[in-house]
Write a protein that binds this ligand. Structure first.
Ligand code: EPU
Length: 302
């Protein structure tokens, strides 16, 4: 989708929003899959209500992109423009046991930054790619912890009120890979309360999680993490593995040899290839186990 109307281009510049023409989503997602569209880079949170009014009044469809690490985007020219937050400097500010973190901050860097200041709790999230905003929306978790446990306040653009609001932690429900945020709410910043722990101790936890992850997940390959949520009481990865599907491919989209719930782009996979592989695996799991696997990865079909 192209923004060509000079009035819209001028209004964007007045809002301080940078327009990048014809950005490749393949370059902005960890799966390295996705077509092209115009990208709007937002430097100031305050410009968001004005930006959305502008896009809506001009009938410009839009989507909000976080770190692109849990996302499968369609091929070709995309029918929406993409908005993305630019990361401020600094993106983490500490005060006692509280960390005020911008949604665009890199999750891994945030975990290590807090650790260096003797704030722990998030060791399990080390190695989870993406931004803090993405982790928050999905309630990212690993090795027995989830980010939601530490959330005290969230600053967000609420689609329902078209305003920037602050929600207290108790007003948000955090469940397994699911939160009560509306689909078009935009995460802007979060206040975390983290337990004090000596850096050395946190580092030990980080090393253990890193080691576990390295031995069981295809970290060097292009993926979107786990494709399916685990069904209650079961493991999607184990079910897919039990069916002997590691290595199953459609084009360059492949079920990882290392972890069967990771599907990797082994070369030049298209969204079409990846979607066909997902549908095929889902169908086989349904036939064998009568279980309907639910996507964990977010899918943007054009
Ligand atoms: N397993 C297999 N074969 C495989 C993969 C796993 O037999 O190919 C078995 C393992 O041996 C283990 C069980 O299945 O007994 C569970 O596997 P694992 O410990 O790897 O955890 P998981 O349930 O597959 C979940 C999260 C991961 C997170 C890990 C570690 C989901 C969908 N996945 O994976 O999160 O990193 O636990 O806590 O909840 C993600 O969300 O994208 C993600 C990767």
């Amino acid at each position: 989708m192209r923004i060509e109307d000079p009035n819209v281009v001028a209004a964007l510049s007045e809002l301080g929003v940078e327009l990048r023409c014809s950005a490749s989503l393949a370059k902005l997602t960890s799966l390295a899959i996705g077509g092209t569209t115009d990208l709007l880079s937002i430097r100031k949170h305050e410009s968001i209500p004005g930006l959305l009014s502008l896009l809506d009044s001009r009938g410009v469809p839009h989507r909000f992109l976080g770190g692109g690490s849990n996302l499968l985007v369609d091929d070709g020219e995309l029918p929406w423009v993409i908005m993305q937050l630019a990361s401020p400097d600094p993106d983490v500010v500490l005060e006692g046991n509280f960390a005020q973190v911008d949604a665009a901050a890199d999750l891994g860097r945030t975990v290590t930054y807090c650790a260096k200041h003797d704030l722990g709790g998030m060791e399990g999230l080390i190695g989870v790619p993406g931004t803090v905003g993405g982790a928050l929306r999905m309630n990212a978790g690993a090795y027995g912890m989830q980010i939601g446990s530490y959330v005290r306040e969230v600053t967000l653009y609420r689609a329902a009120t078209r305003q920037i609001e602050i929600l207290r932690g108790e007003q948000i429900s955090f469940e397994y890979r699911h939160t009560s945020f509306a689909p078009d709410d935009m995460m802007l910043a979060v206040k975390l309360e983290l337990p004090s722990k000596p850096y050395k101790e946190i580092l030990q936890g980080i090393r253990i999680c890193n080691e576990k992850r390295r031995s069981s997940q295809p970290l060097g390959q292009k993926s979107a993490g786990c494709i399916f949520k685990n069904p209650p009481g079961a493991s999607a990865g184990r079910m897919i593995d039990d069916l002997g599907l590691k290595g199953l491919s459609v084009g360059d989209a492949r079920v990882s040899e290392r972890h069967a719930n990771f599907f990797v782009n082994a070369g030049k996979a298209s969204a079409k290839d990846m979607l066909a592989l997902i549908a095929d695996v889902r169908q086989r799991v349904r036939s064998a186990f009568s279980v309907e696997l639910e996507h964990e990865v977010v899918i943007w079909n054009a």
